[in-house]
Design a protein around this ligand. Sequence first.
Ligand code: ATP
Ligand code: MG
Length: 393
Amino acid sequence: MNGELEKIFGFYASGSSIFVRKDFLQSSYVPKELPYRDDLVKQLAQILAPSLRLEKPSNVFVYGKPGTGKTAVTLFVGSQLQKMAKDKNIPVRFIYVNAGLKKVADTEYRLYAHLCRMLGEFIPDTGIPTHTVFEKLIHLLESNPSIYLMALDEIDVLVNKSPEALYTLSRINSELKNSKVSIIGITNDFNIINTLDARTKSSLSEEELIFSPYDADQIYEILKERDSAFTPGVLGDSVIMLCAASAAKEHGDARRALELLRISAELAERETSMKVLKKHVQKAIGKLYSDKIISFVTTLPDHQKLVLQAIFDLDKPLSYTRDIYEKYVELSVKSGLKELTMRRVLDILGEFESSGVVRTSVISRGRYGRTKIVELITVDNIKEQIEKLLVTI
Ligand SMILES: Nc1ncnc2c1ncn2[C@@H]1O[C@H](COP(=O)(O)OP(=O)(O)OP(=O)(O)O)[C@@H](O)[C@H]1O
Ligand SMILES: [Mg+2]
């Protein structure tokens, strides 16, 4: 057998594995300990606890950047409370809905149908008038008198796709006699609440919890807590530190840190190494970055694609915004699209910058004044893939 293959197959056949409990690294896994979130866990518990005395808790809005533990804390508190209620036979039900998942809450109908299903009644995907599904929901809530704690995760999706549903749910208690509903709205979009009408806004945010980003030391500890996912000895401290530092730069995102650790370990395993090394982390950082850019480019509207195409076509390490604009106008004409103004194109470049596709800086050109230059962040390994995506205008 070819030596290289023998090494690969031999490694797997020997039963060697970097992971012992890979599921500990999955995003659906809720750890028993949530370091640095004790205060928020306690605050949420205090807000929801009156339900155990059959009083309706205040509605709560939970905000924070991605990966700061909002979902984990809500599920943790909700499940503990549910457990206590069950043990003591108190009619409290914690219901968790992720509105960001496909087909859960993209229409009012779907959300009510989903809630009915969670309460035990099957509703088909279509075919019933929306108000009838809502009446069924009311009937289900009433026929099982309880305090319902309804966590609506990624509530921004609901605000954008079916604001009527949120409006109706925020007033649902006026339709109920035997039961009460409290809403826990969760989002990483700080501005979303301001797009709601004043009454819905104040009703939903009777209480607010803010999750701040983790710093590198905190992410380090969070990752350390998961080391039981790995065979002892495969993870060195410096590797954990590197993952933590990289995620701390990305607004303190614990999800990204865990992902980075998992991908690094998978890359090590693929190389039949029983140790995760810094080079594996570096490679994983590159991979995550490429994936992010590719999904960003895939969803770009046409004009944004043309602006990016213009930067590619100029093919320079640094380009002047004026040159990018000229190239962009040329490409727009070719594609039969009416070009946007320079102002809009500058905004688009700003969006590219916040998404990590380009870096911009202002330089002085002596007596010609100051000008902005744009630098494409290295995407050599995926340049071709991106260009393919761009030609689909
Ligand atoms: N304090 C913590 N201790 C242990 N694990 C944590 C902690 N905070 C977050 N995590 C883990 O990090 C990942 C991301 O957390 P979570 O899903 O709660 O983020 P989020 O704030 O809901 O983000 P998003 O806005 O993107 O939904 C999860 O796997 C979670 O278990
Ligand atoms: Mg979440």
